[in-house]
Design a binder for this molecule. Structure first.
Ligand code: RNT
Ligand code: ZN
Length: 418
């Protein structure tokens, strides 16, 4: 892409935005300070590195078997760095517990310690990357339908122990990096069919959480993620959105909004302003549901745009953590990272470029058609030239030029895996 052309287009865009009171230089600074948390699990279809790894379970599924998935920790790190080199800005990395550096040892989930994440901590430091973390309740012989809400005390205690250890690990990561590690807790617990014990399961989940969160961990932050249903657990989810919202409000925890975890006509974006008066911070799992929680790669669709716009309009940029959570195994996985991340960034950019104050004034003055008109006009403003300039300044490929870099990486690296 011709550099001069990018600059020229940016100059025009800068003037166009100045006309409506938007300073694109200030917006570019905000976008530079906008950090996604890249989920490690797109690189290998949520497989992880446990010696004893089995099938992906827990109501989630990665479909497709596109060749070249990362098979070990070195390949995964290499892929993440490649993806990061094609995404402007600097972004965090979100690890699941099953991605520990187990060095050929069988380490059960109730035995894990920070020792198995030391090489990640070192790698992150060397690569100027901050880490986030997740406990892993799925893909294990004790996963079953119920983990933290299991009436069997032995199984429940196993998962409580796992999750406590994960908080220790997250806290150690936070200490090492001098920035709190965001730890997400999602458990798949639910029922395939009708059940009369909903209250029991929720009581048990609440008690398990109370026990898990009892220990103060100053350098990590807890997020809790609900959902509507998982595959094979269609009738009931113990950790529903309501359950975790109430728990988080009462206990000062962060709510995770996974964009694939609501009824198809329910708006995740609408939850931002509804939760923020009661919940101090939010975590996002930006994904793309197609008919259900199918975890397709994020694109610039209306729900994603609306989500980021609602955060900016609420003045809550610094109260949100921006995790991604898609895992498409049917396409090139570096491509998936780059497309999903850049699309999320573009949605954030468009949100930042909105002349919200002007539109708000019209709305409050009762000038409804002008609100509609201005919002519609924003869609055709030259935001793309601002994004191209952002890429140029960050020394990453502008526009579709990242495609050829991925092709080269496939030839040089990925094709050797098959
Ligand atoms: C599952 C949840 C959860 C997982 C990851 C792998 O429906 O979205 O966040 O996708 O933890
Ligand atoms: Zn999620």
């Amino acid at each position: 892409m011709k550099e001069a052309l990018v600059k020229k287009a940016y100059d025009v865009a800068q003037s166009r935005y100045a006309e409506i009171g938007i300073d694109t230089e200030a917006v570019l600074r905000q976008l530079q300070d906008f950090h996604l948390s890249l989920h490690c699990w797109q690189a290998d279809d949520v497989h992880g590195f446990e010696q004893q790894a089995g099938q992906l379970s827990g109501g989630i599924q990665s479909t497709g078997d596109f060749p070249g998935a990362a098979r070990n920790i070195d390949e995964l790190r290499q892929d993440i760095l490649k993806a990061k080199s094609l995404i402007p800005g600097n972004h965090r990395l979100n690890l699941h517990e099953i991605y520990g550096d187990f060095k050929g040892k069988v380490v059960d989930r109730d035995e894990v310690t920070v020792e198995y994440f030391q090489s990640w901590i070192d790698w992150a430091k060397d690569n100027d990357t901050l880490l986030d973390f997740n406990s892993t309740s799925f893909s294990h012989p004790k996963s079953g339908n119920l983990s933290l809400a299991n009436p069997d005390k032995g199984i429940r205690d196993f998962w409580i122990e796992h999750t406590k250890r994960c908080r220790d690990i997250a806290n150690a990561m936070g200490e090492a990096q001098g920035d709190p590690c965001i730890m997400n807790l999602w458990v798949h617990d639910g029922c395939k069919d009708v059940s009369v014990n909903h209250a029991l399961y929720r009581h048990l989940l609440k008690a398990s959480l109370d026990e898990i969160f009892a220990k103060p961990q100053p350098m990590m932050k807890d997020c809790i993620e609900g959902k509507v249903f998982g595959i094979g657990l269609e009738s009931f989810t113990v950790g529903s959105h309501d359950f975790y919202t109430a728990y988080a409000a009462q206990n000062g925890k962060i709510v995770t909004i996974d964009t694939g975890h609501y009824h198809p006509t329910e708006s995740p974006a609408d939850k931002v302003s509804a939760l923020l008066p009661f919940i101090s911070e939010l975590m996002l799992h930006v994904s793309r549901p197609i008919r259900w929680d199918s975890d397709h790669v994020t694109i610039m669709d209306d729900p994603t745009q609306e989500l980021f716009s609602e955060i900016v309009r609420a003045g809550a940029l610094d109260r949100v953590h921006y995790g991604l959570d898609f895992f498409d195994g049917s396409i090139n996985r570096i491509g998936a990272y780059v497309i999903g991340s850049r699309s999320a960034q573009k949605c954030m950019l468009r949100a930042l470029l909105e002349p919200t104050k002007t539109i708000s004034e019209k709305e409050l003055a009762g000038e409804g058609y002008k609100v509609l008109a201005l919002i519609e006009e924003q869609k055709a403003m030259p935001w793309q030239a601002v994004y191209d300039e952002f890429c140029r300044r960050n020394n990453v490929p502008v526009g579709q030029d990242f495609i050829q870099e991925i092709d080269q990486y496939v030839d040089a690296v990925i094709s050797r895996r098959y």
